[in-house]
Design a binder for this molecule. Sequence first.
Ligand SMILES: [Zn+2]
Length: 504
Amino acid sequence: MPIQADANPRAYCRCAFPAVLNQCLWMAACLTLAILLAITTPAAQAELPDALPELGDASSSIISPQLERKIGRDFLKQINAGLPTIEDPLLKHYTLRHMTKLAQHSELDDKLLSVALIDSDQINAFAAPGGVIGINLGLMLAAEDVHEYSAVLAHELAHLSQRHFARGIEEQRSQALPNLAGLLAAVMIGALGGGEAGIAAISTAQAAAQANQLRYSRGREQEADRIGLNTLVNADMDPNAMGRMFERMQRQYRFSRRPPEFLLTHPLTESRIADARGQAQRYPSIAYDDSEEFHLMRVRAQVYYAQSPQNIAKQFRRTLRSEPNNRVAQYGLALALAEAGEATEALVIADQLFGNQPDLLLSVAAYADLLIKSEKIDQALRLLSHQLVLNPDNRPLAMLYADGLAKAEEYDQAQAVLARQSVVNANDADVWYNLAEVAGQAGDILAVHQARAEYFVLHGSYQRAIQHLEYARRLVRGKANQPELARLEQRIIDLRTRLRAARS
Ligand SMILES: [Zn+2]
């Protein structure tokens, strides 16, 4: 039976806002938040207080943490639907794990984060209410070590821990809350340099309020810099990294012929950089170790964005001529060679790099990934199945295993692995996408529609989700599978309720 509707659901979700990322910068985040705060802030407000309001105070009563989480969940759906995200299981795993570790050292009360890794080589990161952190993969390219990378993320965590969103709403008091999610999305689109509709949504009634944006964003930014720097220190990371990262961004855009909107309204001033430097000097000057894992993932990002694997392979070879033991360049070369179809040499390097690190998860995943890319599928599957016994449900290992199984045309097994992942990582749209793909290859059309329905739910596209569940219901109706039919009926009812709520 043919699969109905949305033969390629990603084509749907990826076409919504093409090329919106061309102009974005790191603190578009801050920009996102800053514009929102500016919109919602009366013109004559004084500088922001440093002290965080107590629970139960005005900001908590106007926008509760529960409402923030609801806005965050909706916002994540907007990100899924509107922005390209990275599917690479290793990069996703590293980013989420690193962010989770850093959050442990932040002032966040609720350290449960949702992290979206955006497919853009531009510098950007943003914080949204409800514990949502968005990170462009380009941030990893711009940072020269793990400390600089973490400095930007610690700054974003401070926006969350200081509840800048709620505090902005509190100062404004009259903003109609039900529109916030839509406004946030509109601002996000505007902040990322595309989407005239988004800009139009905020530019008329609030134009006067925007004139005051700079003042408030500076106050928020300074507070986020200061608290973020404390987070870095608590995490045993280099406090000087924040000043270094700011200077790098300032240098990068100083002579830009057409500076991004962000720099016009939100400059990285000398005083801001000096503040970050000055605060860091209060701590003892010690040498900090860098992280090999960070650099392995950074080189993976470099290969991902490389125009040609052959050219970037030449760069790594040049590095290796002067530094033959540079493991990061070795990994970069192996990846580039695998991409270029030169599997034999790639595997020799992979064996040397990872063959004697059987217990480091990221190394195992990196090795298995190179084996799959080099079409050594059987070897990859043996390695991954063994490691999954030791680390059941580990996301990158399971995703790679499913990928390998699909390449080996073991579609039923791949489907079983992804079905399990869809239980333990139910909010990962990539899991549902891949599950629908392998279910189709396995001939399980019911599972295709169910997986696509959940994929669309995570994009906030309830109408399409219901459509797929109705196709699924037709397949089950009249058969003996009554429990399945009851589950489908209930899910359709749930989603219709959500659809009505979203429309109202
Ligand atoms: Zn900021």
